[in-house]
Design a protein around this ligand. Structure first.
Ligand code: A3P
Length: 301
């Protein structure tokens, strides 16, 4: 929820996830061929889970009939480690051992807090974040949709002040981004750093790049026979949001209604929410926090 956090290992951990993150950190045993989809919340997590799943399994499920993405939500196919380790021990064992390899998991945990075995193994981490303007707007809309009815709505200005202070699930957002950013520079074969807006602008290009990063590049034939295009289409916002499996039902321990994972999926929607002072304030924070890191967002302000 947007209201209850613990400052845990220098990040704002939703109180209900503290135990799970702690347990994940202590107990997760990475396998060399694991794939981890890491993200800052509300940055295209579900989309990247879908693309990752589709890319890794494109030979197993080459025909579109019976494709698991048509009958399951990406959060079900690629579960969050925070959910797995928050569940009972049998769920933990089941979800970790009964998965076909390569296992694919999701996480929002900041890089420094990942388990040692995950950092040290050869497993791959693919990370996505989003320009802070659209990230904030997406998060604010989402929180107000999923909050318990008993809690009052979070006003935009209050949420904005919190966001500027870095107080949001798994925030501060700048530390989260920079943690993965630095690792992607130090170890480009281990961490692939993606931005939502880039992925949206040229999805085909990035799908190819992701497959290469995973060590399973598309063949010449696949490149010319429409395989990439069909993956992109299968995972597109328009396609996914209209699937029956994503229109009703809930996922995860918190029982979040799947329809809440889809909103507008547009770059630049923030313009409809930001006043000039808000634009100035967030621009300044982005500039200050990312200064000298080499990380920048060119789709905002
Ligand atoms: P908006 O709120 O701007 O619409 P996350 O998956 O990390 O929770 O991110 C949520 C954002 O991703 C939402 O952005 C949502 O609409 C968008 N999204 C969901 N499915 C998508 C898809 N298949 N392609 C692109 N964006 C998608």
């Amino acid at each position: 929820s947007p209201y209850h956090y613990h400052l845990f290992q220098n990040f704002w951990c939703p109180s209900i996830h503290v135990q799970a993150v702690d347990s994940f950190q202590k107990n997760f045993q990475a396998k060399e061929n694991d794939v981890i989809v890491a993200s800052f919340p509300k940055s295209g997590t579900m989309w990247l889970k879908a693309l990752t799943f589709a890319i890794l399994n494109h030979q197993r499920f080459s025909s579109l009939e019976n494709h698991p993405l048509l009958t399951a939500n990406p959060h079900e196919l690629v579960p969050f480690l925070e959910y797995i380790f928050g569940g009972d021990i049998h769920d933990q064992i089941h979800l970790q051992t009964n998965k076909p390899e390569p296992r694919v998991f999701g996480t929002h945990t900041p890089f420094p807090s990942l388990p040692k075995s995950l950092k040290e193994s050869n497993c791959k981490i693919i990370y996505i974040c989003r320009n802070p303007f659209d990230n904030f707007v997406s998060a604010w809309n989402y929180f107000n949709k999923i909050k318990p009815l008993s809690l009052p709505a979070l006003p935009l200005d209050e949420a904005f002040e919190m966001y500027c202070d870095g107080i949001i699930d798994y925030g501060p957002w700048w530390s989260h981004m920079l943690g993965y950013w630095k690792e992607s520079i130090a170890k480009p074969n281990k961490v692939l750093f993606l931005k939502y807006d880039d992925l949206k602008k040229d999805t085909n290009f990035h799908v190819k790049r992701i497959a290469e990063f995973f060590g399973c590049p598309f063949t010449q034939e696949e490149e010319s026979n429409g395989t990439i295009e069909s993956i992109v289409k299968l995972c597109s916002f328009e396609k996914m949001k209209d699937l029956e499996v994503n229109k009703s039902g809930k996922v995860g321990r918190e029982g979040i209604e799947k329809k809440n994972f889809f909103r507008k999926a547009e770059t630049g929607d923030w313009i409809n929410y930001f006043s000039p002072p808000m634009i100035r304030k967030l621009s300044k924070i982005v500039e200050e926090k990312l200064d000298g890191s080499g990380l920048s967002f060119n789709n905002c302000s």
